[in-house]
Design a protein around this ligand. Sequence first.
Ligand code: SAH
Ligand code: SF4
Ligand code: F3S
Length: 448
Amino acid sequence: MRNKVYIETYGCQMNVADTELVMGILKKNGYEITKDADNANVVLLNTCSVRENAEQRIYGRLGNFKNMKNSKPELVVGILGCMAERLRQDLVEDKKIVDVVVGPDEYRHLPELIDAAFNGGKGIGVRLSRTETYDDIIPYREDGLQAWISVMRGCDKFCTFCVVPFTRGRERSRFLGSVVDEVRQLSMRGFREVTMLGQNVNSYKDNENDFADLLAAAAQVDRRMRIRFTTSHPQDLSDKLLYTIAEHPNVCNYIHLPVQSGSDRILRLMNRTYNIEQYLGLIEKAKKIIPGVSFSTDIISGFPTETYEDHVMTLDVMREVRYDGAYMFKYSPREGTKAYKMEDDVSEEIKTKRLQEIIELQQQISFEKNRELIEMEEIVLVEGKSRKSDEFLTGRTDTNKVVIIPSHENIKEGSYVKVKINRATSATLFGEFVDFVYPDENKIALTA
Ligand code: SAH
Ligand code: SF4
Ligand code: F3S
């Protein structure tokens, strides 16, 4: 039988969601998914190109599969996702490791492309599409509490450092009705949280409906279900969206709003289309409209020409906003982007030093913010046993903080419980059970 597929996923949550799509497509075509690579006849890597080290890891992994293929020549090795778009030539023609290369808009053809490889050819599909949204395809998901839903694909922002517009193509959105149906099906299966995904969800558009309409519609499906979303580009975060978040108790009060840099000069070079005054204005407005809202961000250190003063401005913005969390990166030049043509003139040593300062500051802020929650009550969605011990349960707050509480036979996965926080680190809150929050009360409790 040639029907066992093993898939490994790298990169962002969109790739995680795409892997579920791919599994949906393959299962429908008679393939079985295996979690054991040794047991597979098809091995697929869903790849990421966003930074050099992401690609390096994947090349390393391909080396392992090359060895596997040496002892099992009929094994089909495939590359999916963002590297497929960028490195088709390199992967198939020069390195001769892979038999199948399929970019993010050609997953429908994966079964034929794998067949081509089994028949001794190469299966290649790397065209980008202006319309493909896979709206009609049901992703394969194991049962659980949390699900990702891609609501749009591609990106039109063209930040100068970023490969995504090249690897994923132009922006396009799914139909509102189809997303809402998917939320409904997940609710019926017992899911308790969905995250709406897009590189820039705020530019979602389905005829008259914008992203605020989509969130409102999804929130009404099942009030016990938490609705999250990522990522918001500061340029498109509308007042209507802020009011929608405030209005729906089950839309989480949490916005991932990448700032990238604290220097207006660097932001201009990055083509981010906002300055720090506008960005901070947006944060202020969001805090007024959504009481208790929290923010996370992405930061790049060492973009071309970044001076020490620019770096200090980034630290200042972090102190001003006091993010709950941050994803922090060293600038990595990507071929084909505008910034690639600028000289990568901040040395590796300085990038590392600045990044370290950024990380340390964020840890300190996260720790302080978490400590402020001691003695407070939070509503926690219980996700299951803690990784470290069966004696404890783990869950998350509305603002996405991990909370650990002692186990109790009556507290089940998927329950909402009120927890009093009594200890905090920079990454985790620890607390004790106070009360159950039943679905109807939950509505009230979340609104209060
Ligand atoms: N669409 C999202 C994020 C896409 S990539 C957004 O606009 O926020 C996730 C993060 O990776 C980016 O926010 C950025 O901080 C980082 N990133 C992207 N390209 C990079 C590069 N060339 N070097 C370093 N970090 C990069
Ligand atoms: Fe990349 Fe900018 Fe698009 Fe985000 S908004 S995916 S950083 S180009
Ligand atoms: Fe990576 Fe592609 Fe996501 S480049 S970050 S997997 S969109």
